[in-house]
Design a binder for this molecule. Structure first.
Ligand code: NAD
Length: 296
């Protein structure tokens, strides 16, 4: 494993669990000093222990990302402790408001946005101020979601807030490029963390099997590798992007072809269809050895 973040300092919000924890671990393995920030102080202390508790390179700061003053203090304390900030991973999140839009209260809607969008705004603002003042550039990574890219994946407020994170990633990347600060987002699909399906992984397996082409489960470590890439000079010319890691879920879309396969028209055949040209279709029947294996 490379140590390409040696001497660098990273702050990870929502770092006590799931994708944030795996990313904190990955960035630390790459040589960075890492400050984990989380509203759950008990989980934060536990996370620090799981990381090895090396106080010279690791720290935990209790922080509620919905409160601007707490995020500002988080960034200040990271700089005070480790001398600089190079990577800000704005990742803290929760499911927020659920249920039909007709049953969603304005308060729950706003509480969802406070965590998922305002938290990213505050983190970007205060990290960028420090990075600009230091004049050494930096990398900001935000956590969006496939739910921000298509309907039918997540709840209303969650999906709208994640779509806004993708937009904020683009607008801030444009502004901060002049300072060599890159801003990108990760866009996870279904990742097996306590957040997903309320931790009911068997239920999640059933749901995901129908929508995710990749056979294995998405793990926090898969996203941590993307966060690592976006944090290092390996991605020096990448900014304003949203990198999706979803096992092909969005690529598959509504799986129209699959549903047709279950019907008669395109099942067990291959060749060339001529549309409305008046020419005959060139279709041959397949047997299973030709690659028309049924999905399991
Ligand atoms: N797990 C998935 O399938 C999935 C998919 C797409 C996007 N995401 C996003 O990934 C991010 C991480 O989620 P996860 O799956 O690792 O969940 P997780 O529950 O394992 O971790 C989220 C962490 O964020 C912290 N947090 C919540 N609200 C906070 C606040 N106000 N201030 C500070 N910390 C707060 C929690 O305490 C927790 O430690 C979230 O933004 C989530 O929306 C997750």
């Amino acid at each position: 494993m490379t140590e390409d973040l040696q001497g660098r300092v990273a702050v990870v919000t929502g770092g006590a669990s799931g994708i944030g924890f795996a990313s904190a671990q990955r960035l630390a393995q790459a040589g960075a000093a890492v400050v984990i920030a989380d509203v759950n102080a008990a989980a934060g202390a536990e996370a620090l222990e799981r990381l090895g508790g090396d106080a010279t390179r690791l720290g935990f700061e209790p922080c509620d990302v919905t409160v601007e003053a707490e995020v500002a203090r988080l960034v200040e304390r990271a700089v005070a402790r480790f001398g600089r900030i190079d990577v800000m991973f704005n990742n803290a999140g929760l499911g927020g408001a659920i249920g039909p839009i007709t049953e969603t209260s304005a308060e729950d809607w706003q509480r969802t946005f406070h965590v998922l969008l305002d938290g990213v705004f505050y983190g970007t603002k205060h990290a960028a101020r420090q990075m600009i003042a230091a004049g050494q550039g930096g990398a900001i990574v935000n956590t969006a979601s496939v739910a921000g890219m298509a309907g039918g994946i997540g709840p209303h407020a969650y999906s709208a807030a994640k779509a806004a994170v993708i937009s904020l990633t683009r607008t801030s990347a444009v502004e901060l490029a002049a300072y060599h600060i890159r801003v990108n987002a990760i866009c996870p699909g279904a990742v097996y963390t306590p957040l997903m399906h309320g931790g009911d992984f068997e239920d999640a397996d059933r749901a995901i099997a129908t929508v995710q082409p990749w056979p294995e489960r998405g793990l926090p470590e898969h996203l941590a590798d993307v966060v690592h890439f976006l944090s290092t000079s390996a991605s020096i010319f990448v900014t304003g992007q949203t990198i999706t890691a979803d096992g092909g879920m969005l690529a598959a879309g509504p799986r129209f072809i699959e549903s047709q396969k279950r019907g008669r028209r395109t099942s067990g055949v291959a060749g060339f269809t001529q549309g409305s040209t008046g020419r005959p279709n060139e279709i041959r029947r397949l047997n299973q050895a030709d690659g028309d294996k049924p999905r399991t």
